[in-house]
Ligand binder design. Sequence first.
Ligand code: ATP
Ligand code: MG
Length: 382
Amino acid sequence: MEKVILIRFNEIHLKGGNKKYFLNLLYNNIKEAIKDFDCKLENIQNRLIVRGYNDSEEQDIIDALTSVFGVHSISVATEINSDEIEIKDFVSKLKINSSFKCDVNRADKSFPIKSNDFAGDLGEIVLKNNESARVDIHNPEKIISVDIRENGKTFIFTDTIHAYSGLPLGEKADGLLLLSGGIDSPVAGFCMAKRGLKQDVLHFDSFPYTSPQAKEKVITLAKKIKKFIGAKYMYICSMTKLQEEFHIHCSSEYAINLLRRSMIRVANYLCEKYKYKTIVTGESLGQVASQTIESLNSTNSVAKNIVLRPLISFNKEEIIDIAKKIGTYETSILPYEDCCTVFLPRNPVIKPRIKDAEKEESKINLDYILNEIVQNIEVIEL
Ligand code: ATP
Ligand code: MG
């Protein structure tokens, strides 16, 4: 008899010929997530199982497992021999004081009693041993699951913890997340990672107009979302020179639009250099002047790769809910300045025109400054 952690996945089952590839990714990602614990990960007949762990670390292991995309749910289970007497004996010792039902899954067809019959037998045992237990087939508070596997072993569990599901992160970072210090961009990274997109992060600052504390805050955010998005590298790029030039030579109402366009150009440079295939941002339609359709069109027009904006249809409250769940909210609301707030124009253009943005850009030596800026990008290993 051994206590183990059962890990279930769902979408991977639909992957047909690619199932093995995705299962392998999931296995490796889980292995990485629990590498600091003394335990073993096994792949037995489409079930992933953690065993041999220290009881005191059980909750920490569960927390680590629930952060892995592709994991659908987790149960702490007891593994016993697929023997009728042994199973009945184990179930007779369960303490149940609510409504319940027994669920038997008989993958091993050589087990002599049919699933429904055995579920009935086990239910009677529970009723006999627990005065306040009562059967409720349709809406039970507890489900006693008995999973009879083909290898002569049976898993019994009563609780299931739901994880995020989705797809396991790929081996290589295909995405570059533009991470500001705000609430939205960490959530955007999380949402794309849920669909298997591993990402590194790019942050822009305007030192000395933005403080070292503002930069530290974003590094903290990057470290917090690392377990979800799989980030290995953080790039920090100073936009100071460019913002000063825009401020002196260009129309102030275009300042943010011009800055956004150049953020994308820097991202283009990193995509080419490090082979990222897509840029991810936390933009949400209509949230501010820089996120109208016209602004997004203007920013998008300089992008060389697809820009993914997973929050485009989200309301702020929906974004805040996720930020709280993934533990980034408290850091995001720390009151430090962002480079977008430096030289903030009083009346930012709401419907920028690409032609006008280009006209403004032609007033400075943009290529020269951008080239200088990208040469000085700082790379941090997270
Ligand atoms: P948040 O800052 O949480 O993203 P926001 O409402 O402040 O939300 P904006 O400042 O308009 O959003 O920025 C839109 C998107 O542009 C951000 O979600 C982020 O992806 C990118 N971005 C903005 N500022 C920066 C920055 N300093 N560094 C990197 N990316 C940035
Ligand atoms: Mg922001």
